[in-house]
Design a protein around this ligand. Structure first.
Ligand code: CTP
Length: 404
């Protein structure tokens, strides 16, 4: 299944390193071209010879070892790799990559690579829960690095908690999915809006909403990972620009509308995730408004509905919207799907646990034209992003069948 795919397996110094032996063996059985890079500490747990025998390739540990053939090995492997899997990934390697430290063969290869990098953390549960480690994981996730969650259970150190390496079978299935997905958007151009908009009242005040932008950014990163050419038009958020995504920043709904209308024709898929302000101030005061004893009335005028405008002109493009509701989820979301001429709407009840603004997870229903509904359980925003992209491909394939 993985014939011809070059997978670099990075092995770090943790007791779970013995499980990497089975990961390499399973990848090899699926016909992948497997190259192992070990950290110095990993060699204390497993001999490089074991990996060399299973992968049929030299194992790299030392940056300064005399090369067998002349090339700069961390650069040539970084260029050749279609996926780098770090399993087990220790707190140390996660911290190094998050800080841009490249001081051995593995960290140097990861930092020189432009393919997807999957980290599978394995460590004592207190280390895994440490805010510094979690901050590093979040930093890397925001930059487009991929993390597979560790399992909970009995640990080698005798304690119990979250931090065990998942089974080699589960890791190889995950790798398989990633590589299968890695190119399925390669001929697609995707335009995404994300985050809130801000409507000024005066030079120091504005109207906005609590959208964090996380869902839109997760979709942009996932589409990019799967080979799409992605443009993200983002309102003001506190997130890193996703790696490889062309990102344009706007503030007001009118600016977002103008940016979208300027470029939408060049895109095949339009995903409107932004929480766009429906109204703006009729008049923006050019000096700070001073309080008085009277009440203050601000007149608001309608902003354009970007998704609805796209619905009128979209042609064969696939238009996807979002609907965050507190009441009558299906009725309200389905109404927007039809009235804005969308192909799919992602509906979420923001009052549910695990859903809503700012959360790292979401609970959504994907409603398609014709009434087909995919009901998803609570998932990370990243997994939701991939399920949305999967459904968009199904719509595209169905549209192509309908056209022939
Ligand atoms: N949307 C948009 N431009 C707007 C308002 C909404 O592009 N001015 C898009 C959103 O990005 C989302 C969808 O329309 O994909 C639904 O947004 P939502 O705010 O839920 O719906 P509204 O039509 O504004 O309805 P209401 O606020 O009354 O629920």
């Amino acid at each position: 299944m993985l014939k011809g795919k070059t997978v670099v397996v990075g092995v770090c110094g943790g007791i779970a390193a013995y499980k990497s032996v089975e990961i390499v063996s399973r990848l090899k059985k699926l016909n992948a071209d497997v190259h192992v890079i070990m950290t110095e500490n990993a060699t204390k747990f497993v001999q490089p010879l074991t990996f060399r025998s299973l992968s049929h390739n030299p194992v790299l540990v030392d940056m300064f070892e005399e090369p067998k053939v002349w090339d700069i090995q961390h650069i040539s492997l970084a260029e050749k790799a279609e996926l780098i899997v770090v399993a087990p990934a220790t707190a140390n390697i996660i911290g190094k990559v998050a800080s841009g430290i490249a001081d051995d063969m593995l960290s140097t290869t990861i930092i020189a690579a432009d393919c997807p990098v999957l980290f599978v953390p394995a460590m004592n549960f207190r280390m895994y829960e440490n805010p510094v480690v979690q901050r590093n994981i979040n930093t890397l996730t925001d930059l487009g690095y991929i993390f597979m969650e560790p399992e909970s259970g009995q640990m080698a150190c005798g304690t119990s908690g979250k931090g065990r390496l998942p089974s080699p079978e589960a890791i190889v299935n995950y790798i398989n999915d990633l590589l299968a997905k890695s190119k399925d958007y390669s001929d697609m151009k995707v335009l995404i809006t994300a985050g809130p908009t801000r409507e000024a009242i005066d030079p120091v005040r504005f109207i906005t909403n609590p959208s964090s932008g996380k869902m839109g950014y997760a979709i942009a990163a996932a589409a990019c990972e799967r080979g799409a050419s992605v443009r993200l038009i983002s309102g003001p958020v506190n997130l890193e620009k996703p790696c490889g995504v062309e990102t344009v920043y706007v503030t007001r709904a009118m600016e977002m509308y103008n940016e979208v209308m300027k470029v939408y024709k060049n895109y095949d898929v339009l995903i409107m995730v932004a929480a766009v302000a429906d109204y703006r101030c009729a008049q923006i005061a050019d000096r700070k408004i001073k309080k008085s004893d009277d009440n203050l009335t601000i007149e608001l005028v309608r902003n354009p509905d970007i998704a609805a405008e796209l619905g009128k002109v979209k042609g064969d493009r696939i238009l996807v919207g979002f609907s965050a509701e507190t009441d009558n989820l299906l009725k309200n979301a389905s109404g927007k799907l039809i009235s804005k001429n969308m192909d799919m709407i992602v509906a979420n009840d923001v009052t549910m646990e695990g859903a809503g603004f700012g959360a790292d997870t979401n609970v959504v229903k994907l409603i398609k034209r014709g009434g087909n509904i995919v009901d998803l359980p609570v998932m990370s925003k990243k997994d939701v992003a991939h399920r949305i992209l999967d459904e968009i491909l199904n719509i595209k394939n169905q549209n192509e069948i309908d056209r022939t």
